[in-house]
Design a protein around this ligand. Structure first.
Ligand code: SAH
Length: 215
C-alpha cells in the first residue's frame, strides 16, 4: 500500500530534522503547507521528497530543505511584514504566511503569479498580497519591511531592496559570487550599520531585472 499524504508529510519533516532544521515554528509551518498543491500535475507523487521540482515558465519550486533553512534564517514572527521576491509556485510565501503578519510577494511571470494567487485563495491564506512586476525594485508603495526574502539569485548585493528594510530588519538573498551562489543574510542595525553574513551555498534561477512578462 502506498503511504498517504500524512505519512509522507511526517517523513518529509523527519528528513528536514535530520538535515539540521530544528526550528519548531518553521517545521510546523512546513507541516501545515500542502506542497502537493504547489507542484504541477504529474509531480504530486514527488511533492514530499526533499528536492526541487520544475514549475511553469522554466522556473523551479525550491527544495523543502532550502525553504525551511531560508525561513529559519529570516527569523520571522507574527509581527513581521515580509516582502518576497520571486513568487514562483507560491510555496515559500505560503510557508511564510503561517508565521508572519503579512506577506507581499512579487513575480515577473503573470502565469505563475496568477496560479499562486489561486492557490492562496484555495488555502484561505488571506494575509498574502501578490503583484506582477519587477521585484528587483522591491515594492516601494508598501515599504519599509521587517523582513525581505529573495528567492532568485542576484548578481550582487541587492541594495535597492535593502533600502526598503526597516532598521532592525533582516533580508536573506542568494547572491552570486563567481560560479557559486551564496545565501547572504543582511541585518540592518538601528544605527544604520549593515551586518553581512554568508550562510551557505545555494542554487537558484537568476533574478532577472526589467519589465514583467505578459504571459
Ligand atoms: N519562491 C518560489 C521559487 C521561486 S523560483 C517558490 O516557492 O516556488 C524564482 C522565481 O523568481 C521565478 O518564478 C522567477 O520568475 C522569479 N523572478 C526572477 N526575476 C524576478 C524579478 N526581477 N522580479 C520578480 N520575480 C522574479
Amino acid at each position: 500500500m502506498n503511504a498517504g499524504p500524512d505519512t509522507r508529510m511526517i517523513q518529509l519533516v523527519m528528513a528536514l530534522r535530520r538535515a539540521g532544521i530544528s526550528d519548531k515554528h518553521v517545521l510546523g509551518a512546513i507541516e501545515r503547507t500542502p506542497r502537493e498543491q504547489f507542484v504541477p500535475q504529474g509531480f504530486q507523487d514527488q511533492a514530499f521528497e526533499n528536492r526541487p521540482l520544475p514549475i511553469d515558465c522554466g522556473q523551479t519550486i525550491s527544495q523543502p530543505y532550502v525553504v525551511a533553512a531560508m525561513t529559519a534564517a529570516l527569523k520571522v514572527d507574527d509581527r513581521c511584514k515580509v516582502l518576497e521576491i520571486g513568487t514562483g509556485s507560491g510555496y515559500q510565501a505560503a510557508v511564510l504566511a503561517r508565521l508572519a503578519r503579512r506577506v507581499y510577494t512579487v513575480e515577473r511571470y503573470r502565469t505563475l503569479g496568477k496560479e499562486a494567487e489561486a492557490r492562496f485563495a484555495e488555502l484561505r491564506l488571506t494575509n498574502i498580497v501578490t503583484r506582477i512586476g519587477d521585484g528587483s525594485l522591491g515594492w516601494p508603495e508598501q515599504a519599509p519591511f521587517d523582513r525581505i526574502i529573495v528567492t532568485a539569485a542576484a548578481q550582487s548585493r541587492p541594495d535597492a531592496l535593502l533600502e526598503q528594510l526597516k532598521p532592525g530588519g533582516v533580508c536573506v538573498a542568494p547572491v552570486k559570487a563567481g560560479e557559486v551562489q551564496t545565501l547572504m543574510r543582511y541585518t540592518a542595525a538601528e544605527d544604520g550599520f549593515l551586518l553581512e553574513e554568508a550562510l551557505f551555498d545555494v542554487r537558484f534561477v537568476p533574478l532577472v531585472p526589467g519589465a514583467a512578462r505578459s504571459f
